[in-house]
Every structure is written in C-alpha cells, then in structure tokens.
Design a protein around this ligand. Structure first.
Ligand SMILES: [Cu+2]
Length: 198
C-alpha cells in the first residue's frame, strides 16, 4: 500500500513537473522581458498614449486633482490587496464627506483592518479600531481630517484619509504625517499624494 502511494505521488510529481514545464516554456529573452515587465503605475508614461497618461497621474511630478465632496450620507471604502492606486490599498483612499456621514469599511480582500491613527484625527473626534478582516462602520460627527491605517500593512503605506467638512486641523495632520511616514518602507510619498487631493 505504501508503495502504491509513493508511485502515485511520483506520477503526480511527474505530471506536475512536466505539465508546468510545457505550460510555461522558457522561451526567448524577449518573451521573458515581456513577462517581467512591470505593470500598472510602475510603467513610465509617454505623452503620446492617452492610456499611459492615466498612470502618469500617479507619478510624483503630476499634480493630482482635488477630490469632490461625496453626495449622500453613507460611503464605502474597500480594503484591497491591489487596486487602481497600487497594492495594499484603501479604495477610494481619499474621500471628502459631510459632518454626520457614515463610512463603511468593506473587507473586500481579507487580512486588512481600519484603525484611526492617534494624533491624526480632529480634536475630540471619534476614533475607531477594526479587527483584521472586520467590516466596520464609523459615523464622523467632528469636522476635520482623519488619517487611518491598516495595521499589518502600514509599512507599505496602507493608509487612508477622510475629510469631514472643512480641513480645520490640516497643519496638525501635516506635522503628524512626517512621523507616520517614517514607518513607510514602500510607497513613501503616498500620504503626501493623498493629502494633496484635499
Ligand atoms: Cu492591509
């Protein structure tokens, strides 16, 4: 019986090994370069192609458009492994809403959370801390800018920004942002780019 099992395992291995070798032949260097080519925002945009101009908006040299005040009183922010703005990201990462509106954090992808950052909410404002993969809803009654993070991915700058009413605490947020940015190993300019959109 043991022998049968190991023959079976060997067969499986053989099928897997040769099967995958057939499925992905090494090909030419050109093929390999195609496969390894960075996608999304890593691709340098050339001015002639309109699709590439979209990715150019994510490069540091282009000013980003300001976000519009969202209508309605309920808003959704997805927690994603990958979205239009990059990997490990809240989507939309920057929103402008009205006093008393509610934001629902959706666990579209798992193993993320939403936690308001100490010192990066308006004076006397509500704070929140979701567990991993937890969908939480927060109602924001205090005017100002709120910055929140995903605990496991703060090193990848998985942060988000909510402006409620007017950005009355922007100078405090900007000085606290310098401390927060020290924790980013990747996407170092993300928070600056987000704050620029308010
Ligand atoms: Cu995360």
């Amino acid at each position: 019986m043991k022998k049968l099992v190991s023959i079976f395992q060997f067969t499986l291995f053989t099928v897997f090994f040769f099967g995958s070798a057939n499925a992905a032949p090494p090909g030419t260097n050109q093929d390999m370069r195609e496969r390894l080519k960075p996608s999304g925002t890593l691709v340098r945009a050339s001015k002639s192609d309109s699709q590439q101009d979209v990715s150019a908006q994510n490069t540091a040299s282009q000013p980003l458009p300001k976000v519009e005040l969202l209508s309605g009183s309920e808003h959704e922010v997805k927690m994603l492994n990958s979205g239009p703005g990059g990997t490990m990201i809240f989507e939309p990462a920057v929103i402008k809403i009205s006093k008393g509106d509610t934001v629902h954090f959706k666990a579209t992808d798992l193993a993320h959370n939403s936690v308001s950052i100490n010192g990066m909410v308006p004076q006397g404002a509500e704070t929140w801390a979701g567990a991993l993969s937890e969908e939480i809803s927060v109602t924001l009654d205090t005017e100002g800018v709120y910055v929140y993070q995903c605990d496991p991915h703060v090193a990848m700058a998985m942060v988000g920004v909510i402006q409620v009413g007017e950005a009355v605490n922007m100078s405090e947020i900007k000085s606290a942002a310098d401390d927060l940015k020290a924790n980013f190993a990747l996407n170092g300019d993300r928070l600056d780019r987000y704050l620029e959109q308010l």
